[in-house]
Every structure is written in structure tokens, then in C-alpha cells.
Design a protein around this ligand. Structure first.
Ligand code: AMP
Ligand code: MN
Ligand code: MN
Ligand code: MN
Length: 286
């Protein structure tokens, strides 16, 4: 018998509605071809692809959970909160996401100025060529331009040299507040999940504060098995999930066939002793 933990669920990926390179329909086809049974599209700060994604999932014989990945500023760093199973027509959620997206264009122009100061010209216009959604220009789009222009070999080199804190194309930005992001998700019937916790580089005290405040605001899940976690990271956050009484999520964070190391539906299963986040969402699966 297949346990719930062994379900091939992939609850984190990006389409052209944010910084992925595939349409929701192409992602759904790829997920289904890789054996995904339960899927969610989680574009950054956007739910504009949700109705298409749900229809495409059903056309491919998959079950669907609505999804998004909200950018949050916590303890001076950017943290991502995945929302799953919310009502995609909720007005407060839509307004919160629109406010979170606001400011991306101004930030992108400042990033471009920073790059121009080190001799890389036309980066804003160059990045725009890769943008599928004018409200959602991200560092990833700059990364694609810098690879295309020959400034870097690949996207990770771009981030290392130009787009992370202290580098010429990095512009500090104030995203949503943790409590607001969790509130928009839970207020629209969804479950909030801390995305890829191993990526933040928090001290133990900061990480403890993130988890306790997240839970105090109503957050209920954490990504344990995800594309940017090593096996050791997954083992570590399996323990953290149990300690904090959080459900566990699984998602590839797939962006592009050319750029992503982890394909849709190809992650290891969740550890058997954890509660899968989809067990909390049985009434929200479509
Ligand atoms: P933004 O929301 O504009 O700050 O862009 C964040 C996005 O950049 C993330 O969602 C990833 O897709 C991408 N990203 C962040 N760090 C890296 C990295 N080191 N290598 C490749 N992509 C990255
Ligand atoms: Mn991204
Ligand atoms: Mn993320
Ligand atoms: Mn992501």
C-alpha cells in the first residue's frame, strides 16, 4: 500500500508568470511525465497562473493544490513563505501579493544602475527581454541576461559575482512582513510553509525566532525535501519539523530545464515519520 509520505507530490515550482521559463501547461505536462500525482505551481508573489495550472493539472490527470511563494523580510534577510491550498480568488490575498510585487521595477532599475557602474550596460532592458510578467522582474531575469551577454558562464556565477549582498547588482529591498504573508495565506483558507530553510544562513537564534514567530502567526509547515536541500539538510529539517510540530512539504523548486538541477517529481520521498503537509490539506485538493 502506498503511504501518504510516498505520494509523488511536487509542491514548489515556477512558470513564466514569475521567473520560470515554461508555461503552466508545459510544467504540468513535464510533472505528469515524471510521475507527479499532486502538483502545485508556486510563482513568486503571484497567483496569476493558478486557474491555468489547475486546468492543466486536471488535463494531465494530476490532482492540484493552489500555490504561491511570498517574499518576506525577516531579521534583515529575505525569507520565502510558500502558501498552499488557498482560495485563488481571495481579494485580500491578491491585494497583499500586488503590494509585495510593487517596487520590483524600481529595484530592477537600481540594480541596472549598479551594474552599469561596473561596466555592464543595458541590464534593465536586457533582463526585460526574459520577463513573462511585467510586474515580476526578478534577479533571475538579470541572471539570464548576464549569461547571454557573456559576462558569466552560468546563473550561479552571476549570483555569486553580481547579485548577492555586497555585490554591484544587489539592491536591498523590503518585502512583506512575516505575519502579513502568513495571514494572507491562512485568511484565504491555505496553509503556510517555510520554504527551503537551509538557504537562509540564519544563526541558531534567528532561526529559532523565525520558526516560533511563523507558528505564532499560524504557519503550519516547512519544506524538508526540496531542490536546494542536501540529504543532510533534509535530515536536519526533519528533526526541526518534529521539534516544532510542523507538517513537512516536498517540492523541486523547478525553474527551467536548462537551469534547474532538480527536475519536477524527482526528489526523494518525505521521511516516513513526518506528517505530509498534504494531509492537512485534504479538503483543499482539487
Ligand atoms: P528575487 O525575488 O528577484 O530576489 O529573485 C530571487 C530568485 O533568484 C530566487 O527565487 C531564485 O530563483 C533565484 N536565485 C537566488 N539565488 C540564486 C543562486 N545562487 N543561483 C541561482 N538562482 C538564484
Ligand atoms: Mn525563483
Ligand atoms: Mn525561494
Ligand atoms: Mn521557489
Amino acid at each position: 500500500m502506498t503511504t501518504s509520505q510516498a505520494l509523488n507530490a511536487d509542491l514548489h515550482c515556477h512558470s513564466v508568470v514569475s521567473d520560470g521559463t515554461l508555461t503552466p501547461e508545459a510544467l504540468a505536462a513535464r510533472a505528469a511525465a515524471n510521475g507527479v500525482a499532486l502538483w502545485a505551481l508556486t510563482d513568486h508573489d503571484e497567483i496569476g497562473g493558478q486557474h491555468r495550472a489547475r486546468a492543466a493539472a486536471h488535463a494531465q490527470g494530476m490532482r492540484y493544490l493552489t500555490g504561491t511563494e511570498i517574499s518576506v523580510t525577516f531579521a534583515g534577510k529575505t525569507v520565502h513563505i510558500v502558501g498552499l491550498g488557498f482560495d485563488p480568488d481571495d481579494a485580500a490575498l491578491a491585494a497583499g501579493l500586488a503590494a509585495t510585487r510593487g517596487g520590483r521595477t524600481e529595484r530592477a532599475k537600481e540594480m541596472s544602475d549598479g551594474l552599469a557602474a561596473v561596466g555592464i550596460h543595458g541590464a534593465y532592458e536586457g533582463a526585460l527581454k526574459y520577463v513573462g510578467n511585467p510586474e515580476l522582474i526578478s534577479r533571475t531575469h538579470f541572471g539570464r541576461f548576464l549569461v547571454e551577454s557573456g559576462a558569466c558562464r552560468d546563473i550561479s556565477e552571476v549570483f555569486r559575482k553580481y547579485l548577492t549582498e555586497g555585490k554591484p547588482g544587489f539592491v536591498p529591498h523590503r518585502w512583506a512582513r512575516l505575519g502579513d504573508a502568513v495571514g494572507w495565506i491562512t485568511g484565504s483558507g491555505g496553509v503556510a510553509v517555510i520554504a527551503h530553510p537551509a538557504r537562509y544562513g540564519f544563526t541558531p537564534n534567528e532561526e529559532y525566532a523565525l520558526f516560533t514567530e511563523f507558528i505564532a502567526h499560524g504557519g503550519r509547515g516547512v519544506e524538508v525535501v526540496t531542490g536546494s536541500h542536501s540529504a543532510a539538510d533534509a535530515a536536519r529539517y526533519a528533526v526541526t519539523a518534529q521539534e516544532f510540530g510542523l507538517a513537512a512539504s516536498r517540492g523541486s523548486d523547478f525553474h527551467s530545464p536548462e537551469e534547474s538541477h532538480t527536475d519536477l517529481g524527482t526528489l526523494p520521498p518525505l521521511p516516513a515519520h513526518l506528517t505530509p503537509v498534504w494531509d492537512l490539506l485534504s479538503g483543499r485538493i482539487q
